[in-house]
Unconditional design. Structure first.
Length: 250
């Protein structure tokens, strides 16, 4: 049976997916994408259990999300995802979220690395791992770009990784970093603006009970840079860019 080129899931925005304004949280968008990516990979015979049996894992390296409109509590959504292309050592996957009328309201792109499960070193994505068909079609977001290191000081906060942050890979789940960034900014900010576009580079993993120092630097009226540094293991964890806009009323 051929691998499905295109994967579709349906999601509903529940109360626990919603922020204090009744809109879908941007970290939940990342969670929806992750779930559909896993399901599509499983259907293609290259999912979590398939790879673990041969000592390999997929890990997320980059994430980009662009939001035209935020769906609200109770909205029904369709998520489409597909393999875009392979550019060794990365596999690129795109996605889109459609509203009930079929209009694209959110799009994005991700880059994935194939790693050795025992030492976490990247492996080449050779032909036997390219089971997700390449469509070569962009969702419209563009690929997640590389974010250079920065030394500027801004808002800082140190927190310990909690048990609830850890996923089946035994490290902090990728969607939690989106949540960490959002929590680092003042609550007052979110009354007037919303994230229009985010990009995250995942540089290394965070393990249970690690102490992470988070930094947010405002680079313009509507843009913030973020970074995470593992003070326990002495290494950079992630970098991110959030681009905001005035809150839209729909």
């Amino acid at each position: 049976m051929p691998s499905p080129e295109f994967w579709t899931d349906h999601y509903k925005v529940h109360s626990y997916h919603s922020d204090r304004f009744g809109k879908l949280k941007i970290n939940v968008i990342a969670s929806f994408l992750q779930e559909s990516a896993w399901l599509h990979s499983n259907a293609c015979g290259i999912g979590y259990k398939d790879l673990l049996d041969i000592g390999k894992l997929w890990i997320l390296s980059g994430l980009k999300i662009k939001v035209a409109f935020y769906p609200a509590w109770g909205d029904e959504l369709t998520l489409n995802t597909w393999g875009n292309e392979y550019e060794d050592p990365f596999a690129f996957r795109d996605f889109e979220l459609l509203d009930k009328s079929g209009k694209q309201i959110i799009c994005g792109s991700t880059s994935w690395l194939l790693i050795n499960a025992s030492n976490h070193r990247p492996n080449r994505i050779t032909a036997e791992y390219q089971k997700i068909p390449r469509r070569g079609v962009s969702s419209g977001s563009g690929k997640p770009q590389r974010i250079p290191a920065f030394a500027e000081k801004g808002i800082e906060k140190t927190r310990q990784v909690n048990t609830s942050d850890i996923d089946i890979y035994q490290h902090v789940n990728n969607a939690k970093y989106v949540e960490y960034c959002a929590d680092l900014l003042p609550g007052e900010l979110w009354k007037d603006v919303e994230a229009e576009e985010i990009t995250i580079n995942y540089l290394s993993e965070s393990l249970p009970e690690s102490n992470i120092r988070f930094t947010a630097v405002q680079t313009s009226e509507l843009e913030y840079l973020f970074s995470g540094y593992n003070e326990t293991l002495k290494r950079d964890i992630f970098r991110a860019i959030f681009i905001f806009r005035k809150k839209q009323i729909r």
